[in-house]
Write a protein that binds this ligand. Sequence first.
Ligand code: DC
Length: 221
Amino acid sequence: MRERAVIAIDGPAGVGKSTLARRIAAELGYVYIDTGAMYRAITLRILQGAIDYHDSAAIRALLDIVHISFDPEGKIFLDGMDVSDTLRSAEVNALVSQVASLPEVRERMQALQREIGKDGGAVLDGRDIGSAVFPDAEVKFYLDASIEERARRRLSDGKESVFVELEAIKNDLARRDTADKERAHSPLVQTKDAIYIDTSGMVIENVLEVMLRYISGRSVG
Ligand code: DC
């Protein structure tokens, strides 16, 4: 039995999960684990090493030596180097869904996520937290929003270059939705016990309020 809760936040790209997960963790004094950043870090390492991601022996060898960790502020380190700011490059964006669909990568990342969160007091955001990483999480959310709304948010939050048109962002989100939902290993699914929130038309503060109210109703924190 964990003394403090594990809070799982899943949903498609661009729905506001990381902002909300970070805010909830700060509010409760929990650690925040950005699992997408872990898949991005492995992707960055594959690019740096010019490794062919189809070569499963090379990927397994890399997974045996690579070291990924977080500091208390949520910064992510790859082999001791702070890579928090390099994980959102166009090169990483283009390859990360393929890397995240490799079973050996998923198994290793999921094991690491379970290890970091095993004592509770953790908020994890991703695609498979409530379904595969912590199916026994005390609180599970599934956040959703229309593709138009997610694309508009991406454009205004500066995560995409201003030169990227709304249509191009929509196409990229659609491509990533398909990759996340249709991969064979731990795809994005909404579990029956997850609280579903459609955040279309809601400001982040309202979503946060709804989530915190639900968490305090579950007497965790
Ligand atoms: O949330 P994000 O955009 O940073 O995620 C990056 C990629 O990693 C995206 O292709 C989905 C994938 N991902 C995943 O498969 N499972 C997770 N738990 C988190 C992210």
